[in-house]
Ligand binder design. Structure first.
Ligand SMILES: *[C@@H]1O[C@H](CO)[C@@H](O)[C@H](O)[C@H]1NC(C)=O
Ligand SMILES: *[C@@H]1O[C@H](CO)[C@@H](O)[C@H](O)[C@H]1NC(C)=O
Length: 395
């Protein structure tokens, strides 16, 4: 008997040993609980997370920081890459990270979770609950409120992945990619109230080779906002709404500004949003530009401005001499876009009189308003249509 039962347990032992070897040769794991984090939603785990980061960072191997199930209270944390040796740090989150109850604590900090100067960092899974709604309430009453914090930001970083993350009720922007190369955002969900102020879903600027795929964004400002210096951005299979759509801009914030080029947006669904595809610039001088943009394959459901270029942005008419934008917009393609507009004007190109939009192309577009054909309006826009384009083009 003893002999018989010995064999399977020996096999099991060999199996476990080989499994263990596999795991440890792949990644050294650092569990935040070991560093004093408490999954009770009450104990401040900020220092524990920082210690786990320092340990993972200091290893010369690929490492993993593991955050088990549970709720972790975190204040503002900056994960810095300066002294990192590890070429590859995976932050695996099975739990929820929650912000302090008092919105003023993060509100004055600009950032909640920020990564600066890191390389090869992946965030996999998890939920970030920034508890932004008391700050939105404060702002709606207009009473001396702090600006609010971005939930998750990567600054001056390379080779970044964000996969399967949920960002809930950010105070300000949910996810910011600023000054980065090679970033993949996949399977991310963003949720905030449709009337929450400045809660952009994903903001990209001064960054190259960024991919955003298979994500769902419901928020109070732009689902995706694309700022100056964005190059080679690929967006595919993204749902947006409520929200302000996918926007390039606002550009021409400053006179000296990097351009936006080579942006592809494929297979998106907008539902009940204020905009679909928007390009927006201040009506003032700038050396910036927008070129080589492809908007292809989109369903619009009850969208106020499905296709819009607005180069006359100037709230309160301040600092817009002659009300003219210096941003040159060229080579913008809209292809395979159908659905419904919530206003009579479904296509609006309102371009700069000094630098008219050029190379605007519309192909196979069908946008209706109240079951009838919608309208299009063009100012200073030059381009062509291909195939069937409804509403009739004004280019
Ligand atoms: C444009 O960006 C895509 C990735 O989004 C890249 O594959 C392609 O090579 C880029 N095109 C140019 C001309 O740089
Ligand atoms: C445009 O879309 C409407 C509503 O979906 C549809 O009834 C109409 O046939 C379409 N027109 C063309 C030319 O495809």
């Amino acid at each position: 008997m003893a002999k018989l039962s010995c064999i399977p347990s020996l096999l099991l032992f060999i199996f476990l040993v080989s499994l263990n070897v596999n795991i440890s040769s792949a990644k050294t794991s650092y569990n935040v609980l070991t560093y004093g984090a408490r999954p009770n939603g009450k104990t401040d785990s900020t220092q524990a997370f920082l210690h786990a980061w320092t340990a993972a960072c200091g290893s010369t191997d690929p490492t993993m920081i593991y955050i088990p199930k549970g709720r972790y209270l975190l204040g503002s944390v900056a994960f810095k890459g300066g002294h990192c040796k590890s070429p590859d740090i995976t932050i695996r989150i099975d739990g929820t990270l929650i912000a302090p109850e008092d919105y003023r604590i993060l509100g004055r900090a600009r950032n909640w979770l920020s990564f600066e100067g890191v390389s090869g960092v992946s965030i996999v899974g998890g939920a970030l609950d920034a508890k932004g709604s008391p700050l939105w309430d404060c702002k709606s009453k207009g009473s001396n409120c702090p600006a609010g914090a971005t939930t998750l930001s990567f600054v001056n970083s390379n080779n970044i992945k964000i996969k399967g993350l949920l960002s809930l009720n950010s105070q300000m922007f949910h996810i910011v990619i600023n000054g980065c190369q090679n970033v993949q955002v996949q399977g991310v969900r963003v949720i905030a109230a449709g009337d929450s102020p400045n809660t952009d879903g994903i903001h990209v600027q001064l960054s190259t080779d960024v991919v955003i795929m298979d994500s769902s964004i419901k928020t109070g400002d732009d689902c995706i906002s694309i700022g100056p210096g964005t190059k080679n951005l690929w967006i595919e299979r993204v749902g947006c709404g409520p929200g302000h759509g996918i926007s390039i801009g606002s550009l021409a914030k400053t006179t000296d500004e990097r351009g936006v080029q080579n942006v592809t947006v494929k297979n998106t669904v907008f539902s009940g949003t204020t905009n679909g595809f928007r390009i927006k610039s201040w009506a003032r001088h700038s050396n910036g530009f927008v070129k080589a943009i492809r908007f292809s394959g989109a369903t619009m459901i009850n969208v106020q401005n499905p296709i819009i270029i607005d180069q006359n942005y100037c709230p309160h008419n301040l600092n817009c001499p002659n009300q003219v934008s210096g941003i040159q917009i060229s080579d913008v393609m809209y292809q395979g876009i159908r659905g419904t507009s919530a206003t009579p004007v479904a296509i609006k190109f309102d371009c700069s009189f000094k630098y008219p939009c050029k190379g605007i192309r519309l192909q196979n577009v069908n946008l209706t308003y109240l079951k009838k054909e919608a309208r299009s309006t063009c100012t200073n826009a030059i381009g062509k249509t291909y195939g069937q384009v409804l509403p009739d083009n004004c280019l």
